[in-house]
Design a protein around this ligand. Structure first.
Ligand code: COA
Length: 192
């Protein structure tokens, strides 16, 4: 069976500072993609653009999925940690009308290859639940945080379900990370 990237001719390549138009496209899909579930995380296009520019710095990986016509459909970035053994994935976004076609998966697989080439062993990420999309949102997690975590349910298509499908597992949670009842769910995957 053909993969999405084969079917659409999508290419995954590095985001480079010279391509200003592409940086702006990445900022736009970030701004639009995060606003729905994480209102205020990028209050305007400028703040999204700052995130995009930061992804071009030292110790970062920044990769985009681009159509043969040059349109940007997805963006993923990661930052090195723990002396290069661990990379933190942040952010990942796929343009809304092209979701559920395997592009997010292709970007994560590409990132894993990039991390492996650099000698990394683990990719981790934090995915917030600020709008009660999971059973961890809107409840008191103490005491028995790990029991809540073991019994987590995906109530409204929170992206932790996506990450599980592409190889991550839940490795922890920070209760009230974003205010009372708004935890950050930690996930990790091995790179071998
Ligand atoms: C999360 C996101 C990157 C997924 O990208 P995508 O291109 O739609 O994902 P894919 O099509 O590669 O999906 C891979 C698998 O995960 C599943 N999946 C995708 N989104 C999901 C979700 N929200 N919940 C549960 N499963 C999901 C797909 O159905 C697919 O399953 P399959 O392999 O059984 O067919 C995309 O929805 C997005 O950009 N969302 C807004 C920003 C965001 O949430 N970023 C992550 C913040 S931590």
């Amino acid at each position: 069976m053909l993969s999405t990237t084969e079917k659409t001719g999508l290419r995954i390549c590095s985001l480079v500072p010279e391509n200003e138009a592409r940086l702006k496209e990445a900022a736009r899909i970030l701004y639009e993609g995060f606003n729905e579930c994480w209102p205020g995380s990028y209050p305007n296009l400028e703040s999204a653009m700052e995130e995009v520019r930061a992804s071009l710095g030292e110790g970062r990986i920044s990769r985009v999925a681009v159509t043969p016509g040059g349109e940007l459909w997805g963006w993923i970035s990661a930052a090195v940690q723990y002396k290069g053994h661990v990379w933190e994935l942040h952010p990942l976004v796929v343009k809304e009308q092209f979701r559920r076609q395997g592009i997010g998966r292709a970007l994560v697989e590409d990132l894993a290859r990039q991390v492996k080439e650099r000698g990394g062993l683990t990719i981790w990420l934090g995915t917030d639940d600020e709008t009660n999309m999971t059973s961890l949102g809107g409840v008191e997690l103490f005491p028995g945080v790990l029991d809540h975590l073991t019994n987590i349910q995906n109530l409204h298509e929170h992206p932790f379900g996506f990450y599980q499908k592409v190889g991550f597992e839940i490795i922890g949670v920070m209760p009230d990370a974003n205010g009372l009842g708004k935890p950050d769910i930690y996930m990790g995957m091995p790179v071998r």
